[in-house]
Design a protein around this ligand. Structure first.
Ligand code: ADP
Ligand code: MG
Ligand code: MG
Length: 883
């Protein structure tokens, strides 16, 4: 086995395609060498050595030591130096490098190979003792910290004390002789702390560093990161050993980092920072303020500090050329690290640069125009979930922020408004034309109307999957959840935090992207679904196979979704129309009625309301398909809760309060999620289905007349487990359709189908499909019923399941492809076996989750349906899944 891959001097054993073996950094160093770019020579010890190391009781393959020696000799030849030599020593950097860049891995060690003797040789040969001793003290500091586990603060203290005693403010004021003294102090410190001297043997130093890189693969921090990011521990890390080049050799030397395009805007312009007379870590450490690389950026920033372009024009010009070359080669925006040693440019790293969603769109679209990418490749370049950032107003980056609390960034976007503490107050304020932020300890299903009315939601309790967070994301409302330092006092109507008190009506701003809570009104930027967004989406739509619909029942949601490109409604939850305003009274009458006659009387009050709602929705949808689900939730959810509410219903129904209370008690269920709901209600009370079907058909006719493009309603029966259930309800729907058509003399096209949300329905799909023209996989309930886990109760244990590695992801967020997914597959196959042209879709949270959308494509579903704000995400994810 080849354990060691060399690079440098215009060639390499490896290449960019070998990331798995060489890690990202090593593969790209090899690639740059092959391109003939100036890369300090070095070699990569492969990830397979890491695997070997852990499989063999933390020992190395026998031949490794020899291979490393040979590679070191080659680096020595290339540089005209020798590792460990006392007159012309080679110094090294040791860098970790996994396949993907990973926090928790060992930090880079620079200047390795320095000791009490070689430091003098370097001082001699460079003619710059200051540089030699500065490098040595850096090495002792870094090596003791990252390899030997000492605290780097101890060293910094020594430095600070020294500067204070001399009245210096900058490191550069320290004289060479003083550095020698500081090095002595550093070494003494190591010996005292670790009870052994700082290693003087360069080989011991090198193997110590290599061992530390492999060791860092199994630190708690690295393991945690891998678990969160789903990175297998079998991947291992590589180690890169490379000849040092020195950015700290005086005023003609420098070190810096750059992006080939602006990573936050995507502008095609070199963007980066550097420091003169410095080594790598100085740029990030913030000891000195880095300078702009280009003259344009310097002028824009109004900085007095000269740019690299100005200071070292030749090195800059070469760097610019290399940037262009690398971009064209990788066909992507690059994130680069470089060092200039006495005017000579060296490339130390390149990789695809991280970027904002806005930049990702612009770069992808620009690169197509530049001929670097094809449209389909561009579509693959933008991460669907990142689009979320673009769809909401955000805080103006230049605005002043008075932050008084911070919670979780639960739903993106920013919102300002007056504080309200209850959903009723939110609704009232909104009706009065006021913008409000709903502030609650936590929210529950009863707060839906308040959340709708509010501009944003702030809670002091609850995580990223709390009710507030999930519902807010679905609504596309900004939300900050779990801001634990807030003390909310509903009784007094105040919220206190960090010594500040806010009352109801005080204006605050929440930033759902950062989790910050700010006092007062803060300037916002409106989302611009810019040209780039539209262009990329049009490319995505060209390659997409699945349709994208939305889950919506309010006109507002439907309009938003249409605006985002929804191609129909995949789930209209009719019960959501039941809660609003005075309707709830009629609904309660219907539920509490003891007889069919009583129910019909209440239903007759609901009919015109539902008809009006459906008409409005159908008009908005202009002939696009609309799936309307018949009443689903358990009846008791609508029951009056307070004595006053009970009283209202009793009055309206003209029945004694006691009798009503008893009826209400009788409707209580132990386990409503598995109780009298869905089609079970419609089987018990077919007149509900009849009223709803009538409202739908009459609305379809009315809307068709108004718009000229008649909607073809798809009526969906929820919670079916038996074909017989569907047949019963279907029969009511068909009879109602016939009646309405006879009455009006107008023909209505429609379909009847079912939600597949019980395992039995998936298993019996062949039978059920005989009566269903479409299936919609209701994966929220299907996940609950497959796992036997209640979504509302899952938060108390699913977190533990995740941390113990039993499940990777919350199955309510991303579809459990093995279990629930298998039922979707079975349901699809069996449904098609008896009805080949059956229409198949998915509704529920998963319809907007990119990974779940990929799965839907693999099963061959016809469409996904998701909340309005996820429609663009779903369009892009569906396109990527099709490619
Ligand atoms: P990270 O993965 O944290 O970016 P790197 O291995 O890229 O770590 O090293 C960090 C910095 O150390 C580099 O940006 C560079 O400035 C410096 N560095 C690494 N290798 C060398 C080298 N051979 N010569 C000079 N500086 C180096
Ligand atoms: Mg780096
Ligand atoms: Mg359901």
């Amino acid at each position: 086995t080849k354990w060691v891959y060399r690079f440098g001097n215009g060639s390499a054993d490896g290449a960019a395609t070998m990331k798995n073996l060489l890690g990202g950094k090593g593969a790209n160093l090899a690639e740059m060498s092959n391109l003939g770019l100036p890369v300090p020579p070095g070699f990569t010890i492969t990830t397979e050595v890491c695997t070997y190391y852990y499989d063999h009781g933390q020992s190395y393959p026998d031949s490794l030591a020899g291979d490393v020696e040979a590679a070191l000799a080659a680096v020595g030849d290339a540089t005209g130096r020798r590792f460990g030599d006392t007159t012309n020593p080679l110094l090294l950097s040791v860098r970790s490098g996994a396949r993907v860049s990973m926090p928790g891995m060992m930090d880079t060690v620079l200047n390795l190979g320095l000791n009490d003797i070689t430091v003098k040789a370097i001082a001699e040969s460079s003619g710059d003792p200051r540089f030699a001793w500065d490098s040595y003290r850096r090495f002792i500091q870094m090596y003791s910290d990252v390899v030997m586990g000492m605290d780097h603060h101890d060293f910094e203290e020594v430095l600070e004390d020294h500067k204070a005693s001399k009245g210096y403010s900058l490191d550069t004021e320290i004289t060479p002789d003083e550095w020698i003294g500081i090095v002595e102090t550093f070494k003494a410190l190591v010996e005292k702390e670790l009870e052994k001297p700082f290693p003087q043997d360069p080989h011991e130093q090198l193997w110590g560093a290599i061992g530390a890189v492999f060791g860092s693969w199994q630190t708690t921090r690295a393991k945690t990161y891998r678990r969160l990011q789903d990175i297998p521990s079998s991947w291992g890390t590589a180690v890169n050993v490379q000849a040092m080049v020195f950015g700290n050799m005086g005023e003609t030397s420098a070190t810096g980092v750059a992006f080939t395009r602006n990573p936050s805007t995507g502008d095609k312009r070199l963007y980066g920072e550097f420091l003169v007379n410095a080594q790598g870590e100085d740029v990030v450490a913030g000891i000195r303020t880095p300078q702009d690389i280009t003259e344009v950026a310097r002028i824009e920033a109004g900085s007095e500090n000269p740019s690299l372009e100005h200071l070292m024009p030749e090195a800059f010009a070469e760097f610019q050329t290399i940037c262009d070359k690398l971009e064209a080669h990788y066909r992507d925006m690059q994130d680069l690290e470089f060092t200039i040693e006495k005017g000579k440019l060296w490339m130390l790293q390149t990789r695809a640069g991280k970027r904002t969603a806005k930049a990702a769109l612009k770069i992808a679209v620009d690169m197509v125009a530049e001929g670097l990418l094809g449209e389909e490749e561009a579509v693959m370049r933008v991460e669907p979930a990142a689009l979320d950032q673009l769809l909401h107003p955000t805080i103006d980056p230049s605005a002043e922020r008075d932050i008084f609390a911070t919670g979780l960034p639960a739903s993106p976007g920013a919102a300002s408004g007056a504080i309200v503490f209850s959903s009723d107050a939110a609704e009232a304020a909104k009706a009065a034309g006021q913008k409000v932020v709903l502030v609650r300890v936590e929210t529950s299903p009863e707060d839906i109307h308040g959340m709708h009315a509010a501009e944003g939601i702030l809670t002091s309790r609850g995580g990223m999957t709390s009710h507030a967070a999930v519902v807010a994301r679905g609504m596309g409302k900004p939300c900050v959840s779990g801001a634990g330092t807030l003390r909310i006092d509903y009784r007094q109507g105040i919220v206190t935090c960090a010594g500040k008190t806010f009352r109801e009506g005080d204006i605050i701003t929440i930033d759902g992207a950062s989790g910050q809570v700010l006092s007062g009104q803060v300037a916002m930027q409106q989302p611009t679904l810019s040209g780039d967004f539209g262009i990329l989406m049009s490319w995505a739509d060209k390659v997409r196979r699945m349709k994208v619909r939305t889950n919506a029942e309010t006109p507002q949601d439907a309009k938003v979704a249409l605006n985002f490109g929804a191609e129909g409604i995949g789930l209209c939850r009719t019960e959501h129309m039941f809660f609003e305003g005075e309707r709830i009274l009629a609904v309660r009458e219907m539920i509490l009625a003891e007889t069919e006659k009583g129910r019909r009387s209440a239903l007759s009050k609901l009919l015109p309301i539902q008809r009006k709602d459906f008409t409005e929705l159908f008009v908005i949808m202009q002939g696009l398909p609309v799936t309307v689900r018949l009443l689903d939730p358990p009846l008791h959810e609508f029951l009056p809760k307070t004595p006053a509410e009970l009283n209202d219903v009793a009055l309206a129904m003209n029945v004694p309060l006691d009798a009503l209370r008893e009826r209400a008690l009788a409707l209580e269920e132990f386990n409503p999620m598995l109780g009298h709901r869905g089609c079970r209600l419609l089987v018990s009370y077919p007149e509900i289905a009849e009223m709803q079907a009538r409202a739908i058909f009459e609305a379809a006719i009315a809307a068709g007349k108004e718009t000229g493009s008649p909607v073809v309603p798809e009526i969906m029966v929820p919670l079916v487990g038996l074909k017989g259930e569907l047949d019963l309800v279907r029969d009511v729907i068909v009879k109602t359709a016939d009646a309405v058509m006879a009455e009006t003399g107008t023909k209505v096209d429609y379909q009847v189908g079912t939600m597949v949300e019980l395992p039995r329905a998936a298993l019996q799909a062949a039978e059920i499909a005989k009566s269903a023209e479409f299936f919609s996989f209701g994966t929220n309930d299907l996940t609950q019923t497959t796992f036997g886990i209640s979504r509302d109760d899952a938060s108390s244990f699913l977190g533990t399941y995740q941390s113990k590695g039993l499940i990777e992801q919350d199955p309510f967020v991303s579809l459990d492809q093995e279990g629930v997914g298998e039922l979707v597959k079975i349901g699809s196959e069996r449904g098609r076996s008896t009805r080949p042209d059956i229409k198949l879709g998915i509704c529920g949270e998963h319809g907007g989750d990119p990974a779940s959308i990929h799965f839907c494509e693999s099963v061959g579903l016809d469409y996904v349906s998701c909340s309005p704000f996820r429609v663009p995400i779903a369009r892009l994810a569906a396109a990527q899944a099709a490619l």
